[in-house]
Design a protein around this ligand. Structure first.
Ligand code: SF4
Length: 386
């Protein structure tokens, strides 16, 4: 069975005001050696898990993994290959890069370290949006890095763009999309700015000091983006992700298809499925504070903060929820094979008749109308399981 490893690097130069990831602004000072040792130490605690599947992907996310030296990244990749018994052949190894923290030499070093896919946090090519988002990269960095990534030998790379910023017009967003197409990347992620509790933007928004585009204009941004990128050959395979055929992110597909993965590092999440005989799966999350994480591992303990065994209905609900993010939708026979249940189509026909879901072949998908009520539809699908 396919298996992935996620490695979380929680350090950033500064904290962006919209970000609710487990990331910490450090001004560029962070304990790289101790943290890398802790990652290797944590991997050593999961020999049983690392041996249970066929390694298909590794993903270094953050935070800002590109702050780390390629030598540290290489130590981690080698350890994962060694502990999974993988030769590395055919394994997708992705790493997130902040444009300000990498240059051609570092990118070449990452390539030599075994990284074969780069995901760049560009967000925008305009100064106004980058300033608004509190990003450390400027428009010149955004353009430069997208020339250096292929120059370093990467043929598989992606970059993130963000829309829905305060005062953003469709013309400004179109400018970002047009500029995006001037780079031959085969994958683009386009995210809508969301306001999360606990962030700087969250506080400003609640205080009425942050005005964002109205909700109904956001659906126009999404439709426009999809039409724009699809006409340029990028298929929308997930709500916010577009790729040329064959360049979909394998690691993220593993998440959205309910696969098994081990999350290593501060705050990282893991999921292992079950067959029913010994339960229906388990998920857990690590302690978020990087220093507590390093301390726990150096004490020889698994740095777990939260862990739960899944009931069958929870595992099914998770799987339906994830599959609805994907254009391919829910694979009904696969759900039955895994969990022994599937939605009773005779009891949910009204959802199709009313245009909330569509069923073609073995697949069940949300329509655009259904996506607006996805939580309610999932409840009804789970209620029809038989
Ligand atoms: S660089 Fe990325 S991870 Fe770091 S604070 Fe900004 S959005 Fe969050």
């Amino acid at each position: 069975m396919a298996f992935g490893v996620y490695v979380h690097i929680p350090y950033c130069v500064t904290k962006c005001p919209y970000c609710d990831f487990n990331s910490h602004g450090t001004g560029g000072r962070f304990p790289e050696r101790d943290y890398t040792d802790a990652i290797l130490g944590e991997l050593a605690l999961y020999g049983d898990v690392l041996g249970r599947g066929r390694l298909t992907s590794i993903f270094f996310g953050g935070g800002t993994p590109s702050l780390f030296d390629p030598g540290s990244i290489e130590r981690v990749i080698s350890a994962i290959f060694e502990r999974t018994g993988s030769s590395g052949e055919g394994v997708e190894v992705s790493l997130e890069v902040n444009p300000k923290t990498a240059d051609l030499e570092k990118l070449k070093g990452l390539k030599r370290a075994g990284v074969n896919r780069i995901s760049v946090g560009v967000q925008s090519f305009t100064r106004r949006k980058l300033d608004f988002l509190g990003r450390i990269n400027d428009p010149e960095d955004s353009g430069r890095i997208l020339e250096e990534v292929p120059a370093a030998g990467f043929t598989n790379y992606s970059f993130d763009l963000m829309y829905g910023t305060s005062g953003e017009t469709m013309a400004e967003w179109e400018g970002d999309l047009n500029r995006a197409l001037s780079f031959p990347s085969a994958h683009i992620s386009a995210y809508c700015l969301t306001i999360e509790n606990g962030t700087e933007f969250g506080k400003l928004y609640r205080a009425g000091k942050l005005i964002l585009p109205p909700e109904d204009s956001l659906s126009e941004f999404i439709s426009y983006t999809t039409a724009f990128l699809e006409s340029a050959g990028y298929g929308q395979y997930e709500i916010s992700n577009y790729a040329k055929p064959g360049y979909e992110c394998r690691h993220n597909l593993l998440y959205w298809r309910g696969g098994d993965y081990l999350g290593i590092g501060a705050g990282a999440h893991s999921h292992l499925g079950g067959s029913g005989e010994s339960g229906w799966g388990r998920r857990w999350a690590n302690v978020k504070n990087p220093n507590s994480y390093i301390k726990a591992v150096s004490d020889g303990k698994k740095p777990v903060d939260f862990s739960e065994e899944l009931e069958r209905y929870e595992a099914v609900e998770d799987e339906i929820l994830m599959s609805f993010r994907l254009s391919e939708g829910l694979d009904i026979p696969a759900l039955r094979r895994k969990y022994g249940v599937s939605p009773d189509l005779s009891r949910i026909g009204y959802l199709r008749d009313d245009g909330f879901i569509e069923i073609s072949g073995d697949r069940l998908r949300l329509t655009k109308k259904g996506a607006l009520l996805s939580d309610e539809i999932i409840v009804r699908l789970v209620g029809s399981l038989g």
